[in-house]
Design a protein. Structure first.
Length: 311
């Protein structure tokens, strides 16, 4: 993927291409952003721009042999450590072999070498010390593109030697565009985007049907206990392993919070074609309930509150 094809992140793709054109791109960068906002996609687009044999305005051409092997994830001069989704730390031996030793060898296909290090906060101190050799004395044409969900969690010795760039969370329309690009029908992409919360990661499981129909009918009133039961009945009945130490009540509040957020997004989209005062009252009601949910109010009472006007 070329940088110009990256969806989201404001003017950052253009900034990177300008730095590449001017020869001023830092040799070590940290891309910070929420999980699922496209950090790895952005890093790979940068790598392709740096390794392209026929770049244009700081971006990859998308057609040369280098771009073709990048698209297939087989470029010999682009190495990527295991993704943070594996949950594994980045051990000393792996960092030394894949990054440090390789950085001091000549490129095999072009004039640059790119190393992508996802979840750099997983770097153990010993591995970080080894990486300093490349950070402090980078061979010409060598680039380290590191990613993290929180720069504060990155060892200071690494953070102080790299330029930090923050990727913004994805908007609902941006998420919808990404999903549509992946082949999802536009209507389904729009529906799922309402639950995105700035990220495309885990949307399949998050989409576990938001009960929009029941939520909207409750919001329109009057109170209907059958509808309340329908909504509450779709909340988790048990805590899965991925929930960690969360209690069942906390897991139910987490899911309900996502539903309410999706409901707010849908109501905002309805502003253009409905009675603005009525819609704004509904949105205000949901926002108040989100606040109550944050204060650990019982999920059943929160769902009932949808049908109770605030004025």
């Amino acid at each position: 993927m070329r940088l110009r094809e990256v969806i989201g992140h404001g003017g950052l793709p253009r900034l990177i291409t300008r730095l590449i054109v001017r020869g001023r791109l830092p040799h070590a960068l940290i891309l910070e952003g929420v999980a699922g906002c496209g950090r790895r996609t952005f890093a790979r687009a940068m790598a392709q721009a740096l390794l392209c044999a026929s770049p244009s305005d700081g971006d990859a051409c998308g057609e040369c042999p280098a771009c073709q092997v990048m698209a297939a994830n087989t470029h010999p001069d682009c190495s990527e450590l295991p993704h943070e989704s594996t949950g594994a730390d980045l051990p000393l031996d792996l960092v030394r072999e894949v990054v440090v030793d390789a950085a001091f060898t000549s490129p095999l296909m072009g004039v640059a070498k790119v190393f992508i290090l996802p979840g750099i906060e997983r770097l153990a101190p010993a591995a970080a010390n080894t990486l300093l050799k490349v950070l402090e004395e980078p061979p010409r044409g060598t680039y380290l593109i590191m990613t993290t969900t929180t720069a504060a969690g990155v060892l200071r010795t690494i953070r102080s030697r790299a330029q930090l760039y923050r990727l913004s969370p994805l908007t609902a329309p941006e998420v919808a565009s990404i999903l549509a690009r992946r082949g999802l029908a536009r209507e389904e992409a729009d529906r799922l985007s309402l639950m995105a919360q700035g990220s495309v990661r885990g949307l399949d499981e998050r989409s576990a049907e938001v009960p929009f129909a029941a939520l909207s009918r409750l919001l329109a009133g009057p109170l209907d206990e059958a509808l309340v039961g329908e909504v509450v009945g779709q909340l988790p009945k048990k805590v899965g392993e991925e929930a960690g130490e969360r209690t069942l009540a906390a897991e139910q509040r987490r899911v309900l919070a996502r539903w309410l957020d999706a409901l707010v997004q849908r109501e905002r989209m309805a502003l253009a074609g409905a009675d603005a005062e009525v819609v704004c009252d509904r949105i205000d009601r949901v926002l108040r309930l989100q606040h109550d949910l944050d204060r650990h109010l019982n999920p059943h009472l929160v769902v009932e509150g949808l049908a109770l006007p605030t004025r």
